[in-house]
Ligand binder design. Sequence first.
Ligand code: ATR
Length: 268
Amino acid sequence: MSDRYAVVGNPVAHSKSPEIHALFARQTGQDVEYSRLLAPLDGFVATVRDFIQNGGRGLNVTVPFKFEAFALSNMLTERAKMAGAVNTLRFDGNTVSGDNTDGAGLVADITRNAGVSLERARILLLGAGGAAYGVMLPLLEQKPQRLHIANRSEDKAHDMALRFGTYGAITVSSYDNLDEPFDVVINATSAGLQNGMPPVSSKVFHEHTLALDMVYADRPTPFMDYASRYGATVRDGFGMLVEQAAESFFVWRDVRPDTRPVFAYFGR
Ligand code: ATR
């Protein structure tokens, strides 16, 4: 019987993870079955326990369960601990290991797929919610010259900077008076979900800026439209999605899949 994996969330029907992992499994010859698992909003832990009982080996965790997955883990990687959230669970006997591959996925997409080095780069991170926390440590591990966090409520940006302060140089502000150029601008706010965007000045972009929106859609997001109008090269979160999946696959199987055929499959 194949080893069982799934993505658990609510909603989960739209998830591309099953297709991505099926491609990874075929390419690497791993005997893996990967499905979608819809958990009731008040039934995450029961759903996971049931999955383990039925031979499940690992789960990807998506909205809104990443914090519950963190709490459920009895072992955590450093990057999951710092993120305060788990997107990858691995089950070995009674051990539930929690990891977070979102940041590694983002960094791989920027450095390998977009070909932009983060070493000594000036990075602007927009947002200080769960999505931002998930990518802070891997970004800082790239040794940027500076990581600036902008958030509507500046308090939350300060809290996040305090948490990660020992890992690198972090500065913080609201969106007001933020008008200097950055090499990489990452939108980690949830504004795009309501077809909006954070109120960031066009002056943060220049013709060599990479502007990346962590969400993805069939067409460019308002943030991407805005950034490209001011000369930036833009990118959505699809590459991050594929790369975090590859990192999860590696966590489970100890085999690193090639992501390029997946981009080709999705016409990217
Ligand atoms: P997620 O897990 O997607 O990060 P979250 O933890 O609720 O969700 O955080 C949402 C983030 O998007 C926050 O940084 C939020 O800013 P505030 O902390 O000031 O609320 C940001 N955000 C949401 N809508 C926004 C908007 N219209 N403009 C700017 N920032 C927005």
